[in-house]
Design a binder for this molecule. Structure first.
Ligand code: CTP
Length: 400
């Protein structure tokens, strides 16, 4: 039986260029068995015509709040009651602002007020608009009221800029909807994670660090949260905002990261070390800025504690997952790491290539566990995170 059989989805389309992708989304939802009705805002109709959605869905498209003929077919209250899920995709900054303020000045916002069903947003806008404090405040207000927020994705935008703000792809949105209707693979599971890099200070202005962006860890945290897990994320300094619904703690050094991990690990069912923790730190911190007095300058480094190994070596360890970034013999070195550190699973990737790795938006992974392996091919980090979260859930349940 298709995954969304008998599910009634009201697809709200607002005025962004991503509106054309909503036609693909509509088809995907229908193919999965959902019964879909479409509501379009006026601005959405500047991008795609209602006829497109009507032809694809086989139903009239709702556009007006106070149109007697439309209201006679199914009025806004009936539509609000009919839906099992209201999915607004794309959700523009303007729509989010109006919904956050409780406006009822068009059909879609009115339905959002009148429905007792869950509402999910797939935001789509220019990255600067997404980062704008007003949008972030609106988002917080909406999620506090129980709205779900799926995306946005990062990457090249229609406006020529690059960053977060792209609507997540229709097939990923379909996955979100499917997960939403059969949730809870990780319901009640506590997950502790590290992400980003650490900075080991040399003097007040310099540090030893690495190129980890934190993207993979943050995306994974969000995907695990989507599966129902309670996620605590300990992150080094990265320029990413805290994923919604996740308890975040920011640290700077490996020592700080270790302390915060140890504070939380007792209650954790799963520990995932995604952080690129600096293996070494300067033996001594110089209180004043070091001057360039010498032709050759030596920096003495000492080993940092291995947080992941320490967690895995506990008397009653959580299900422990590590990451390995390798430039060669990826599987061989990763499996060795998994065995030596006593991990339940390791996710290995090749770094130092053109595509994938630390600062890239996409990546590929090889997953290794006691008696199995799986390759997750090159895809965006958001997609990869969703797949990886599913595999971690699977292996965790298999062990427990
Ligand atoms: N890790 C950790 N604490 C450290 C170092 C690493 O928790 N001090 C974790 C990372 O979060 C990651 C895994 O261990 O999950 C990486 O293992 P590591 O042996 O550090 O990999 P590399 O740094 O790639 O090792 P090497 O440089 O020896 O190849």
């Amino acid at each position: 039986m298709p995954s969304l059989t008998n599910k009634k989805i009201l697809l709200g389309v607002t005025g962004g260029i991503a509106a054309y992708k909503s036609a693909v989304l509509l088809r995907a939802l229908q193919s999965a068995g959902a019964d879909v009705r479409v509501v379009m805002t006026q601005a959405a109709q500047a991008f795609v015509t209602p006829l497109t959605f009507q032809a694809l869905s086989g139903h009239a498209v709702y556009t007006e709040l106070l149109d007697p003929t439309q209201e006679a077919a199914m009025d806004h209250i009936s539509l609000a009651r009919w839906a099992d899920l209201v999915l607004v995709a794309p959700a523009t900054a303007d729509f989010m602002a109006r919904a956050a303020s409780g406006h009822a000045n068009d059909l879609l916002t009115t339905i959002c007020l009148a429905t007792a069903s869950p509402i999910a947003l797939a935001p789509a806008m220019n990255q600067q608009m997404w980062f704008n404090q007003a949008t972030q405040d609106n988002l917080r207000r909406l999620t506090q009221r129980g709205y779900y927020c799926w995306g946005p994705d990062e990457g090249a935008q229609a406006c020529g800029e690059t960053g977060p703000g792209r609507m997540i792809e229709p097939e990923m949105l379909l996955q979100q909807v499917e997960t939403f209707f059969c949730p809870g693979e990780l319901d009640g599971v506590n997950i502790l994670m590290t992400a980003g890099s650490t900075r080991e200070p040399i003097d007040p202005v310099r540090f030893v660090g690495n190129r980890s962006s934190g993207k993979m860890g943050f995306a994974l945290a969000a995907s695990l949260h989507d599966l129902g897990a309670a996620v605590t994320l300990i992150s080094g300094p990265v320029s990413l905002s805290n994923p919604i619904g996740i308890l975040c703690s920011r640290v700077e050094t490996a020592d700080e990261m270790r302390s915060v991990v140890l504070e939380h690990v007792e209650n954790s069912d799963i520990f995932i070390g995604v952080a690129a923790v600096a293996d070494y730190r300067p033996r001594k911190y110089t209180g004043e800025k070091i001057k360039k007095n010498n032709e050759i300058q030596t920096l003495e480094l000492v080993r940092n504690p291995d947080i992941l190994a320490e967690v895995a070596a506990r008397e009653k360890p959580p299900f422990t997952v590590g990451f390995a970034a390798e430039t060669e013999q990826v599987e061989h070195y990763a499996e060795e790491k998994r065995r030596i550190k006593g991990l339940d699973m390791i996710a290995a990737n090749q770094v130092g290539m053109d595509e994938g790795g630390f600062e890239s938006d996409s990546n590929a992974l090889v997953l290794l566990w006691q008696d199995g392996r799986e390759v997750l091919p090159m895809m965006t980090k958001t997609q990869l995170a969703q797949q990886l979260a599913g595999r971690i859930a699977e292996r965790y349940h298999a062990r427990t």
